[in-house]
Design a protein around this ligand. Structure first.
Ligand code: SAM
Length: 248
């Protein structure tokens, strides 16, 4: 039996993640023992009666900074040598699909969620292996950011998504945005589904989708075209077509 990936989340707000982990794909993944989630309440790693996790910044200034001792204690209580210890911070490496794929190969992820003005710099220096940002904006704390990363990693683990919603064909998997999707009805408020999609000609459908994906990426995200050096002559290697589900 394959061992589940272990995901620890260290936060002063463990309740914030509860609903997220107990619904939909995250629930499915833990029910199938593909992932094991563990919340660590940072306040249980303090030594004083007030369960203090923050203090004023050296040098003055507004806000509070998260103290190093509880974070070190929390991480050291769960992380072995091989764990990736990930600090959520707007100053970190920008998260993307390639990074999600990289993390999905790991066996143990430990997320450290900041709050207030962030965490004492010694945590960054000595404790974490990765500093991760989910984008160029500032959230009030790292739990929501960790949830974003966890979701995108867990859905890539084998067995989490069914064949009907597989991750292999979607945006970024081939360096492009995904082609437009339609479902029934074939006409809605005068808007028709492109005829090619009900033609039954799979080669033509694949070509249409590939063209659409390239066109859409060029218009919306030219940076992706640049990054993957795709031009009109160079299409994604994989043909973007969904397999029909077998009838029972
Ligand atoms: N003072 C920090 C700065 O200017 O870089 C921002 C701290 S922010 C208010 C509080 C916490 O939210 C951070 O420690 C981090 O854990 C989380 N956070 C905020 N924005 C984030 C982002 N874009 N990506 C990842 N984590 C973020």
């Amino acid at each position: 039996m394959v061992e589940p990936i272990v995901i620890d989340v260290i936060t002063i707000f463990p309740q914030m993640l509860k609903g997220f982990l107990e619904e939909s794909m995250m629930k499915r993944a833990s029910n199938k023992n593909i992932v094991r989630f563990n919340m660590v309440d940072l306040r249980t790693c303090t030594d004083d009666v007030h369960r203090t996790t923050d203090d004023r910044p050296y040098g003055g200034g507004p806000g509070m900074v998260m103290k190093p001792e509880p974070i070190f204690k929390a991480v050291e209580s769960v992380a072995g040598e091989k764990a990736r210890v990930i600090l959520m911070t707007p100053q970190g490496r920008r998260f993307d699909q390639a990074y999600a794929r990289e993390l999905s190969q790991e066996k143990h992820l430990v997320f450290v969620c900041g709050h207030y003005e962030g965490v004492d710099e010694r945590v960054c220096e000595k404790l974490v292996t990765d500093e991760v940002s989910i984008g160029d904006y500032v959230l009030t704390n790292g739990v929501v950011a960790a949830a974003v990363v966890i979701d995108s990693v867990v859905r890539l683990l084998p067995g989490v998504l069914g064949a009907e919603d597989g991750a292999a064909e979607e945006s970024f998997s081939e360096g492009l945005l995904e082609f437009p999707q339609y479902t029934r009805p074939s006409e809605f408020r005068g808007m028709k589904v492109p005829g090619i999609l009900s033609s039954g000609n799979h080669a033509e459908i694949a070509k249409w989708r590939s063209d659409q994906a390239l066109d859409r990426t060029r218009k919306r995200r030219p940076d992706l075209i640049e990054k993957h050096k795709l031009d009109a002559g160079e299409r994604p290697a994989k043909v973007l077509i969904r397999k029909k589900k077998k009838k029972e």
